[in-house]
Design a binder for this molecule. Sequence first.
Ligand code: UD1
Ligand code: MG
Length: 416
Amino acid sequence: MKNNIAVIILAAGKSTRMRSETPKVLHNLCGRPLLGYVLDLVASLKPKQVVAVLGFKQELVRKVIPTGIKVCIQKKLIGTADAVKTGLAALKGFKGTVLVLYGDNPLLKKETLKKLLDYHIENNIDATLLTAQLKKPSGYGRIMRDKVFSICGIVEEKDADEVQKDIKEINTGIMVFKKESLDGNLKYIRSHNRKQEYYLTDIIGILAKKNYLVDGVRLEDPQEALGINTRAELAKANSLMQQRINEKLMQDGVTIVDPASTFISFGTKIGVDTVIYPFTVIERGVKIGKRCSVGPFAHLREAAELKDDVTAGNFIEMVRAKIGAKTFVKHFSYIGDSSVGSCVNIGAGTVTANFDGIKKNNTIIQDKANIGSDTVIVAPVKIGRSAFTGAGSVITKNVPDNAVVAGVPARILRKR
Ligand code: UD1
Ligand code: MG
């Protein structure tokens, strides 16, 4: 693939169909904003230039845009053609291929885009569309073809008649252009349609009519086409993305007993031979070592870090917690803002009381400590090496190494 490529990412739209105050592209998909997936995809292509077109609540969207990507602001959200025009203004000196991506298309794969770009460049095409054949094409623009099966236009669902609505080949929204063919013809697009918007899709009909070379590449896996406009589509994308994440982890040597009930965030690192039991939720920023056992019904949140051979059993919640190797937290526990050593046993029902009503406080539990069932650890506090806490004790003061403590509040009974 030649490298003379610029990418315009359209992410200015409102969340009208999401019925949300949050920009659509910032909605969460498996632990990160939708737009993150598109940005990764773009980075993997190593294009010469990247422009993101923002509009609705741009100050929020901007926060997820990495440096090196130019940001252009679409002043009035009057359609995808106007958004592309806005983006092109930042590509004044650029000559070559322009790839247009929509920010609401997170399931798209790198290999697919490479294929599309290669086809476009090798065949010297003016506009190449990525299309998909869907059983239920509703909501998408339909691809119109003439008698010799050449693409002659796109009709949006809202403007389509009954015959056109029957067309199963859809526009994924991903298009590649020769820059000059795009730039020179955007001005012919009108807003005479149901939404009174300037549709980028109209450029296809315009180019075809003027005998520019227009062609399409069809997606092998139509799931990649999923554009997210509604919360139902978001849920669908979430489950497809989750499948991908779980499958990759299984390939890499993690046992997931029931992938359908296991929710693991994008980017989670899990070591080989770890077993994840059903109904487990693992949020963004969690690390799990080798040979661990997690769940069933475990909830691991941000910055939970399990070293090798850790058991985090049923009904466990952990957040900002480092758990040392060979430590057991087997039943009903909340471990937050904690640093737990290795070979520690944390009895059933143990709670770190990390929040004093104003701020979060840290708990330290050192190696080989033995925390009795139902211990409440009122942070900030440190429990020393090989210390024991009795069942039901409330720890309010530091516990020295080897001490045995019990009671409410806990007192030292003896040394071991
Ligand atoms: C669009 C296509 C449709 C295609 C579908 C694929 C048009 C007119 N229609 O429809 O053919 O089948 O995607 O998912 O392009 N945006 C802006 N500025 C605007 C309007 C939109 O930046 O003024 C951005 C949005 O943030 C979004 C993208 O463009 O990321 C697409 O807009 P959206 O409203 O989702 O278009 P669809 O109705 O899905
Ligand atoms: Mg869309």
